[in-house]
Design a protein around this ligand. Structure first.
Ligand SMILES: *[C@@H]1O[C@H](CO)[C@@H](O)[C@H](O)[C@H]1NC(C)=O
Ligand SMILES: *[C@@H]1O[C@H](CO)[C@@H](O)[C@H](O)[C@H]1NC(C)=O
Length: 461
């Protein structure tokens, strides 16, 4: 079912003038956009995808039309060949069960590279840890088959020329029962062995980890233990990584704990950070995604969109639909679901990033860019789990050449039509004129009662 745009009325007002009989809604908080405070060139930090790309033998796969990738600034794929059944359960079931998974990962790698995207390799998938009963590397102190596995995999990577844009993710979610059933000590041993071998054999390949399911916190012994281990062991990764998958999780909170407590306590250096799975299962809507993207951009964290394979019994949905950004679930042609259009707007935000603040209650988030010259801006916003009115205050227009006068603001809505639900495009709420004084103006946002919308605003003179 398509969204019927005509049913959606304009929910924005430039001023506080209420219609007769309409109660005045008071703004409960203010987010800010500082156009005079640039913070670097935008690079769509959160345009990565987990799985979500079909296979074609070992070749580039072209079933999903290329514009669905390029329009959203697709720049990072995290994949490995999970979920294949017998006779492709992975190396732990014998080398003959490894090739099918390797070939699938090679096809994914080539497709990613055809778009210039980097590729995060997931060796745990090639080992086949997703399959039950689980065979743990190093079980009973015997590392022979795991060492042979790494040797095979590294050799195949070299033979197939897979080193450009490659990132090695040592082991996914050691704290999650789905991917590790051994002790922490066994995991540390796997970490150190793998780290040493990758450094020796693929010295220019960045290593990432620990890719733990829950972010750093005082109640996460896996993260704390891992940090202490790599600190003393001298096996700190090039990119720290963890997931942001619990409903209330906040990358700012986990990053603060990581920087101020975990790194500080263990003397660990600062490195880039990947949230290499973001988006809780029940929250993958334009609203939550815009909130998370805004957060990741401000914190300079790279994001890979989580993939919940919402295809139900059709596990191959895991390797399609760009992690639920597209539909329909069966047949073709493809169309964009609600968040695909949000990601497209996000990718159109070129020029310069600018400093922003969320509302003090952290509910209204904003991400904003401005052109490198001239007067204008793009602002993406969403109120996390709220339908209360909020204010966005834009300052610094004088630095762009507009101290006073008028500015035009076109407003867009990004609706949600369910998982795989077709959306034809953003809702165009039209243009309003605002008065600028002292290089500043503000306007109110009235989030949709459906709780799922994100919004975009384009400023121009
Ligand atoms: C699969 O790969 C072959 C080359 O090996 C190519 O000719 C074909 O177009 C590809 N098919 C799809 C659907 O991408
Ligand atoms: C790191 O851990 C591995 C595995 O336990 C061990 O072999 C190696 O000696 C350790 N390195 C250092 C510097 O402690």
């Amino acid at each position: 079912m398509k969204i019927a745009r005509v049913l959606v009325s304009c929910t924005f007002a430039a001023t506080a003038i209420a219609s007769p009989g309409t109660p005045v809604k008071l703004s409960v908080g203010t987010a800010t956009v500082s156009l005079a405070a640039p913070s670097g060139t935008p690079s769509q930090l959160a345009s990565g995808i987990l799985y979500g790309v079909p296979f074609n033998g070992t070749s580039i796969e072209t079933t999903i039309p290329s514009h669905f990738f390029t329009d959203i600034g697709f720049n990072l794929l995290r994949s490995g060949g999970a979920a294949f059944t017998e006779p492709n359960r992975g190396y732990s079931w014998g080398v003959s069960e490894y090739y099918g998974r390797f070939d699938a990962a090679l096809s994914n790698y080539r497709t990613a590279r055809s778009y210039g995207a980097d590729y995060i390799r997931l060796p745990h998938d090639l080992w086949g840890i997703d399959f039950a009963p689980k065979v743990m590397p190093g079980a009973n102190g015997d590392w022979t088959s795991y060492d042979q596995f790494l040797t095979q995999l590294i050799g195949d990577i070299k033979i197939n020329g897979m080193t450009d844009g490659l990132i090695w993710d040592i082991w996914n979610e050691p704290d999650g029962a789905g991917f590790w059933t051994g002790t922490m000590e066994l995991y540390y041993e796997l970490w150190a062995r793998t780290y040493a071998l990758i450094r020796a054999e693929l010295p220019s390949t960045p290593i990432t980890g620990p890719s733990i399911a829950f972010g750093p916190s005082a109640s996460n012994p896996w993260f704390i233990g891992w940090a202490a281990f790599v600190g003393t062991n001298g096996s700190v990764p090039d990119i720290y990584s963890w997931h942001n998958l619990a409903g209330s999780e906040d990358p700012k909170v986990t990053l603060d704990y990581f920087d101020n407590t975990i790194r500080a306590n263990n003397g660990l250096p600062q490195k880039p950070i990947h949230i290499n799975e973001y988006g809780p299962y029940d929250y993958q809507t334009p609203q939550e995604t815009a909130w998370l993207i805004s957060r990741l951009e401000r914190l300079n964290m790279v994001g890979v969109r989580a993939n919940w394979a919402k295809g139900g019994s059709n596990w191959q949905a895991l390797f399609n639909y760009l992690a639920n950004l597209l539909g329909p679930q069966t047949g073709s042609p493809y169309y964009g679901a609600g968040e695909w259009w949000l990601m497209k707007y996000y990718a159109s935000m070129t020029g310069l990033r600018v400093a922003t603040t969320s509302s003090t209650d952290q509910v209204l988030e904003v991400f904003a860019t401005r052109p490198t010259s001239g007067i204008g801006a793009h602002i993406m916003t969403a109120a996390r789990g709220s339908t209360s009115p909020y204010t966005i205050q834009v300052t610094g227009l004088e630095a762009l050449g507009l101290s006073s006068g008028t500015i035009q603001k076109r407003a867009w809505g990004f609706p949600y039509n369910g998982v795989f639900g077709e959306v034809d495009g953003p809702i165009d709420y039209g243009v309003e004129t605002h008065m600028v004084t002292g290089g500043s103006f503000s306007f109110d946002v009235y989030p949709s009662t459906s709780l799922n919308y994100a919004y975009g605003f384009d400023l121009s003179v």
